[in-house]
Design a protein around this ligand. Structure first.
Ligand SMILES: NC(=O)c1ccc[n+]([C@@H]2O[C@H](COP(=O)([O-])OP(=O)(O)OC[C@H]3O[C@@H](n4cnc5c(N)ncnc54)[C@H](O)[C@@H]3O)[C@@H](O)[C@H]2O)c1
Length: 429
């Protein structure tokens, strides 16, 4: 396979060109001939013009790439090595929604030929590749996995907004249905990665490894969120406690916060779902999820209490929320928990202005039915620093105070300013 890819006798197809798929497809296309397939025609049109619809990559990232962007399923037939990187979200009941994954698998199944490889990158519960996807590939192609085509799984570790731990700079897990598949998949991926690959012993091990990376983080943040609520009652600062505890050599430093986005707040639900199918109640993982999902309501409640405490009327109060994206310095607003805080405040008649230098006003309105303002207007009873964007953490106390009414109530959710403001009712998690 690798030799045929090198001389461009064979092609790689990347199915699903989002945060994960596009950088991967471009990286492959510096060495190999690539078909970049996505069902979203508008996104494909942008990519043809060298524009990353997810706003992560500059135009130059497309330079010198041998890639054909397409939304025509038919074009997949030209490829022999398929990589699937479509979304794996949850539904409104926190149940895995495998529709995009299964539909992408159908597209690949129709294009599959003898000798081909299919590697999944989407985050799934252990077993999804072999139990949910493999039968579709076999049915639609009439081929037998392991004999006629090979299967693999290689989880993605990219971290949006992180310019250090990029696709090529981190060790990547690869796995395959047998030794030959593992070898080939390791060679193909290894050829584009500076840090190389880690060969997992099986597809299920690789699937499980990915999901526990995020589950571990979710649970650790949940612990800190629980401690934050407790320490608030004790009148001590969680950030100061964490700083002190971090002086121990084996203390794992994690800070409290809102857990949004499409990975940490979603992936553990894939694991709890699979656990429930096996009649196992994943108690700790579920508890962590519940704490983190409830955190926006706790924050909103604290804001409301503080407004009440200074004798102000909720319906006449104004709150400025700075930051709409789920994490700093990215434009991604998917599953941003800030809007749970906003909707709680709005339900009490509070006027809320949301600003963000990265988010798209159109997307915010579409997803959360709340306007995104370009700048603050007038003055506010509470200012909430929700996302640690570089543009905001440069602000001094005087910069915030310009927009604040007295008494100045400042909710620094991530504790950026470490309670260093004078004459201010300061709150952090
Ligand atoms: N974004 C991250 O930081 C990150 C990190 C690690 C793992 N992951 C995982 O990688 C997977 C992809 O995530 P993402 O953030 O890149 O998603 P995304 O929403 O940014 O992009 C997915 C792309 O897939 C396309 N798509 C949807 N259904 C399709 C189909 N049937 N056929 C072809 N294209 C289809 C969409 O149009 C979109 O362009 C998910 O499983 C996610 O959990 C994401």
């Amino acid at each position: 396979m690798i030799e045929d890819l090198k001389c461009k006798e064979k092609k790689i197809a990347v199915v699903g060109l989002g945060y994960v798929g596009l950088p991967l497809a471009l990286e492959f296309s510096r060495k190999y001939s690539v078909i970049g397939f996505d069902i979203n025609e508008a996104r494909v049109e942008l990519m043809k013009k060298h524009i990353d619809p997810s706003n992560e990559l500059p135009t130059e990232a497309f330079d010198g790439c041998d890639i054909q962007f397409t939304s025509k399923e038919e074009d997949l037939k030209q490829a022999q090595f398929f990589v699937v990187s479509v979304p794996t979200p949850i539904d409104s009941h926190n149940i895995p929604d495998l529709k995009p994954l299964l539909s992408a698998t159908e597209s690949v199944g129709k294009a599959l030929k003898k000798g081909d490889y299919v590697v999944y990158e989407s985050t799934v519960y252990p077993g999804a590749t072999e139990e949910d996807c493999q039968p579709i590939l076999e049915n639609l192609s009439g081929l037998k996995m392991g004999v006629d085509f090979k299967l693999g799984y290689s989880p993605e570790r990219i971290n949006p907004g992180d310019k250090v731990n990029t696709l090529t700079n981190v060790l990547k897990i690869v796995s395959g249905c047998d030794a030959e598949a593992l070898d080939t998949i390791a060679q193909v991926y290894g050829s584009i990665l500076k840090k190389g690959v880690y060969r997992a012993s099986s597809i299920k091990v690789a699937e499980a490894a990915k999901i526990i990376e995020n589950t571990q983080r979710d649970i650790n943040i949940a612990l800190m969120n629980e401690l934050s609520m407790l320490f608030k009652k004790m009148g001590i600062s969680t950030n100061e406690v964490v700083e002190a505890a971090s002086t121990k050599w084996n203390f794992y430093k994690v800070t409290p916060g809102l857990v949004g986005g499409h990975c940490i707040g979603v992936d553990p639900y894939y694991l709890t779902y699979k656990a429930s199918l096996l009649k196992h109640h994943a108690e700790l993982i579920s508890a962590g999820r519940k704490i983190n999902d409830d955190m926006p309501h706790y924050v909103a409640n604290q804001i409301i209490k503080n407004i009440n405490a200074v004798g102000k009327v909720l319906k006449e109060s104004r709150v400025l929320v700075m930051g709409a994206t789920f994490k700093e310095n990215v434009s991604d607003i998917r599953n941003s928990k800030i809007f749970d805080v906003v909707s709680d405040l709005v339900s009490f008649g509070i006027e809320v202005t949301v600003i963000d230098p990265y988010a798209s006003a159109e997307e915010v309105l579409r997803h959360y039915n709340h306007p995104l303002s370009s700048e603050p207007t007038g003055t506010y009873d509470v200012i909430v620093l929700a996302t640690k964007h570089d543009d905001y953490v440069k602000w001094t106390e005087a910069d915030y105070r310009k927009w604040a009414r007295e008494p100045f109530i400042f909710f620094d959710i991530k504790g950026v300013y470490k309670n260093n403001f004078k004459d201010c009712k300061y709150f952090s998690l």
